[in-house]
Design a protein around this ligand. Structure first.
Ligand SMILES: Cc1ncc(C[n+]2csc(CCOP(=O)(O)OP(=O)(O)O)c2C)c(N)n1
Ligand SMILES: [Mg+2]
Length: 385
């Protein structure tokens, strides 16, 4: 028998329930529980002491923070030796945001990072050797020299490679999550975005759609004071990026982006909310970009003393070391041991990447087009042997 084609009289009961379960207006406020706070006079900044992380996990977090910082330092060395193709983009001073947020995900969950989210990529299981080979455009790198820096992906590891156009990864990740819902895969995802990227049309359209569909998308908005040389106040009229969530009817958090524990805790809550069917969440991480847009940028547009203030008073690695030592999770010797181990890994991986050949020029024709329908111009000379 054929299925009834009677037109629907409106949303089904499941849809009605979903609509009714939307939070009332007054609940759509910004949660500031883990927002930046001033320490009591005379005390240096540490991290949130409200944590569900076990000591072993706390040490692992430290390892990722140091790994991120030291991989980037090595990239700068390689750049100065002219071995890097293209630019080097640092996350100096804001490593805790990428590391802490990504650490709150489960292995099956997805991320799509931006240039300042190397820490999230490493947490997702990408090895430093892949990063070095990719930056040097080597044949053994993940894109085989076709693209640079973190413009590659690894779907097995839940890492969707970003494209350059700011904002566009929000609708892409929304699509990934819609597909996962149709395949009944219970994943959540983080899409990272900068204060500048949030001013694009793609950001708005993507987040609006994710919110309407109640997709488990966590947008991590990195307020780091600048987009290239433009201060945030010159390109958005809101004070806090989190205010934008109200326009989509989704909850928002403001977190201290230089407190790795707070970043973890906020994202854990957002992921639980999203996984439980609550829909999209916006997390604004307050942090600071201590280097220029890329290594070539001399930062002449930055007010005198600003970078030095952040370096001295609000460095995420210093803060986390203070926290681990104060609460007795680690001794100085333990931290040194972890750092030495990270340096060993970087040494080994960098050597591996440097020993890789450059790609064969012909390889440029592969992995781009469907090679069964190669353009005639390339057919004989390149692809037929
Ligand atoms: C749609 C679009 N416009 C402009 C650019 C060029 N661009 C690349 S990064 C960047 C600054 C991004 O600033 P922000 O989003 O704050 O991220 P941050 O660099 O601070 O991490 C710009 C303008 C781009 N990639 N895409
Ligand atoms: Mg920015």
């Amino acid at each position: 028998m054929e299925k009834s084609t009677t037109p629907s009289k409106g949303p089904g009961s499941k849809e009605r329930r979903r609509r009714r379960s939307r939070p009332p207006r007054h609940q759509m406020r910004i949660n500031t529980k883990f927002a930046p706070r001033r320490p009591p006079a005379g005390q240096a900044l540490s991290c949130s002491n409200e944590t569900t992380l076990k000591p072993q996990q706390q040490l692992e977090l430290y390892r990722y923070l140091k790994l991120t910082r030291l991989v980037e330092e090595r990239l700068v060395n390689l750049y100065r030796q002219t071995k890097v193709v293209g630019g080097v983009f640092r996350s100096l001073g804001q490593e805790a945001t990428a590391v802490g947020t990504a650490y709150a995900l489960q292995p099956q969950d997805f991320i799509t990072p931006l240039i300042r989210d190397l820490g999230a990529v490493l947490v997702k299981g990408i090895r430093p050797r892949e990063i070095f080979a990719q930056y040097m455009a080597k044949a053994w790198g993940p894109s085989g020299g076709r693209d640079l820096n973190i413009h590659f992906g690894d779907r097995e590891k839940g890492f969707i490679g970003p494209i350059s156009h700011l904002g566009d990864m929000i609708p892409v990740m929304t699509g990934v999550l819609l597909a996962a819902r149709m395949q009944k895969k219970p994943i959540v995802a983080i899409a990272y975005i900068g204060d500048g990227g949030m001013s694009t049309g793609a950001f708005h359209e993507g987040l609006n759609f994710a919110a309407v569909q109640r997709l488990p998308l966590i947008v991590v908005a990195e307020y780091n004071y600048y987009a290239y040389s433009t201060p945030t106040a010159l390109q958005t009229a809101v004070r806090d990026l989190a205010e934008k969530a109200a326009g989509y009817g989704i909850p928002a958090h403001i977190v201290d982006g230089n407190d790795v524990v707070a970043c973890y805790e906020v994202t854990k809550r957002a992921a639980d909310h999203a996984r439980g069917g609550g829909g999209a969440v916006l997390i604004e991480a307050k942090t600071y970009r201590r280097k220029g847009h890329a290594e070539h940028d001399d930062q002449r547009y930055i007010p005198a003393g600003e970078i030095e203030w952040w370096e001295k008073n609000n460095d995420p690695v210093d803060r986390y070391e203070r926290f681990l030592l104060d609460c007795g999770v680690a001794t100085r010797e333990k931290l040194d041991e972890i750092t030495a181990d990270v340096m060993r890994e970087i040494e080994e991986d960098c050597e591996w990447a440097e020993s890789s050949p450059m790609p064969d020029p012909e390889q440029a024709a592969y992995g781009v087009y469907d090679n069964s329908i190669v353009p005639p111009a390339l057919r004989r000379s390149v692809l037929e042997n």
